[in-house]
Design a protein around this ligand. Sequence first.
Ligand code: PMP
Length: 427
Amino acid sequence: MTGDLLGRHRAVLPDWLALYYDQPIEITHGEGRHVWDAAGNRYLDFFGGILTTMTAHALPEVTEAVSEQAARVIHTSTLYLNRPMVELAERIARLSGIPDARVFFTTSGTEANDTALLLATTYRRSNTVLAMRNSYHGRSFSTVGITGNRGWSPTSLSPLQTLYVHGGVRSRGPYAALDDDAFVAACVDDLTDLLGHTRPPAALIAEPVQGVGGFTAPPDGLYAAFREVLHERGILWISDEVQTGWGRTGEHFWGWQAHGRSGPPDMLTFAKGLGNGMSIGGVVARAEIMNCLDAHSISTFGGTQITMAAGLANLTHLLEHDLQGNARRVGGLLIERLRTVAAQVPAVREVRGRGLMIGIEVARPGTGEADPQAAAAVLEAAREGGLLIGKGGGHDTSALRIAPPLSLTVAEAEEGAAVLERALRGL
Ligand code: PMP
């Protein structure tokens, strides 16, 4: 059945629409932290459908909110007042930490970043943008142009002038040996130097933890230090919270808060899990930035009633059940457990992360060289053991990514860790 579907997929969809696994799976349903495929196999989901499932699969409150909204009206147009959109915007504005915040809803993270770029370049009258090396921000014409991770971006003749900044990763080159303070100082120095001989940029866009890049994070405080340099020059800071938002990192609701000692970003973008699979993205910005566009800006589908109803139900569940706290507690235990395994498996170079955003770097024992084949083998072995995980990384795909729904239980964390342990020991 799946074999036939795979043939049809390959015949009609683009070659670059990649599928995981030698024998790709067709997911037919899910419940809690588990999903089932068309052959009836059950999997523990440690990737949350790449973070789209924020709370749990088939969360009853979201299912009810969506069914109830669908039975009345799915959506008409953003030209009419939309109660769930206003209510969700009010809640996100309050949660964002950005003063005088306005919220614009989109249908994806790409479109959210696209909008943030539109706002920043218009506000600052500059088409120069700073992005981080190894970044990923989406696949539209403009977001491909600020995506430093070439493994994840097709060729682009972007209209933006993009300058790439050091800081997101430090596993390579002269930065590798530096301690946290020296690393931050070196990156700030590099940024200051870059700004000394370039046209004034509109903004710096950065993921607090690089997602597609393999869940790598700079030392806390790097973006606070950057923020000072940027603000002295009027340059905006955009925090791409598409993967790090909604408490995923456990300690913080937003990734920027790990860097927040000098204050919030000027804009943040979000997407992925808010709708628990329904497509919601958005931008939060100070009013003076959000309102700098002088054209009428409408979006047909940004903020549909049905996705907003899902978002409200999902966010309410997240907050009422303190899933951020759960991510901190269960994620903390999982990281500890995986580090114990890593200490005994020479092919694991590093277990890193925070909360339920955990990266495992796989390398050739002895040389420490990235080992994408080994990472792919662990992905397959985990699937054989009934566990779905993700992969990612910089120039090479040698990191395993773990990002389960935020309601993961301790027993499920244990179960998944045992499968991972077997898969890693099998290398
Ligand atoms: N920003 C980041 C940090 C992401 O990880 C992604 C998706 N992987 C995007 C933007 C793009 O989001 P979407 O796929 O919803 O367009």
